[in-house]
Write a protein that binds this ligand. Sequence first.
Ligand SMILES: [Zn+2]
Length: 493
Amino acid sequence: MFRLKLLSSKQQKVQWDEIEKEIGMEHSWVSPQKTLQYFEQDYVSKEVFFDIFKRYVSGKYCFTEDGILAESGEFTGLPSEEAREKMANWLEERGLGKKTVQYKMRDWVFSRQRYWGEPIPIVHCEKCGAVGVPEEQLPIQLPDVASYEPTDTGESPLAHIENWVNTSCPKCGGKARRETNTMPQWAGSSWYYLAYIMREDQEFKIQNAPLFQQWLPVDLYVGGAEHATRHLLYARFWHKFLYDIGIVTTKEPFKRLVHVGLINAEDGRKMSKRWDNVINPDDVVSEFGADALRLYEMFMGPFTQNISWNTESVSGVRRFLDKVWKLFDRVSLGEEKVYKKDIETLFHKTLKKVTEDIEEFRFNTAISSMMIFVNSLEKEASLNRDMYEKFLILLSPFVPHIAEELWEKLGKTSSIFLQKWPVWDETKIIDEMVNIVFQVNGKVRDIQTVSVDISEEEMKKLAQESEKVQKHIEGKEIKRSIFVKGKLINIVV
Ligand SMILES: [Zn+2]
């Protein structure tokens, strides 16, 4: 791994010592050309970063982020935000332009000629023209029909359903026809989070609704990045309108946004029929099981990143589930609570890790910590029942079917999903082993895992035995050593 600081072509002195200490790595300066070579050799994400970097190195790039202005006349040296303000004022003073806010929404056709959208609440009267359907007649429901094929005439399928389309005018009572176009799906999805709240109460009144005040804003919005310019934008737009007319009391509909990454095909490209690289989830379910598929998707990498599919890794996940299943046979069904100290420590650490990782959407690392825990249990002849039960609860959001099944096999009568989330005991997870950094003249040369109680003398001995340290102290006089308990030893030569 290496760090890049792409501020200018000049070198800049940075205090790396602290970082080095922390991550146990060294930093050095490399030229842009050299860095380019590294990338060409096959390092990380070529698609995006490499492209940007190549343009940077070649000088043919356009910087679009915020930064400090350069070569911009009187605005040089200003941060972008301040510069925008000053530039706008500059233009206004000279009568060349004025500040304004522009809202852009992707323009999508709102009415569709198909059956399954939300009906548009308008009727067309022969005398009055288009008339809105009064509130007490809402919502207009789609007719229950056997067939909703498109028509030959290009009209909406609803146009042919006579007993639905023919109605009376709410204004004059005369003959009228319902609007037969329907809304696109995003009309409903723009406010569905409000609809969920409204369903709580059959008598829901939209004005000053206490339920809106109780539930809004939504805590978490999860969606693909493509939603940023579609659903998220529409939902915010509708919400802000509802705020302006006093229906909802929060300015924003959602508190927190997490983008889910895209799963690419095994060849690293987007899944597409064109490339014949599509993974069909039904196939994976029939070969590995629904739980294995679900678990793999969470395990394959960080939630927010785009990741390529890998069938081999699905087998690995499946093997983990097989292990969990087989552990059942070793659960002691008596009430005795036999815990081995190291297993108990690891168990409480796992509880903590999984709980905290779920909160932060780090599902992949939560799963790997459960894998580590299960591996450690494999050596045990019998397992503590209480611990196994808690572990199943921990696992249940990830693999609901297997967890519920094993839960039932334990003789439980109420669902695993109704159980209390297990809590770890802070006193049981105190680290007994720590990573100690070995330095020579302040530079990190090695890292080793040792007992937290190790003495300075023992540490010195370990350091001098390390091959990586030896290279740097051989033939030199050791002047002194600095020891920080549980953290580092620095040998000064
Ligand atoms: Zn009318």
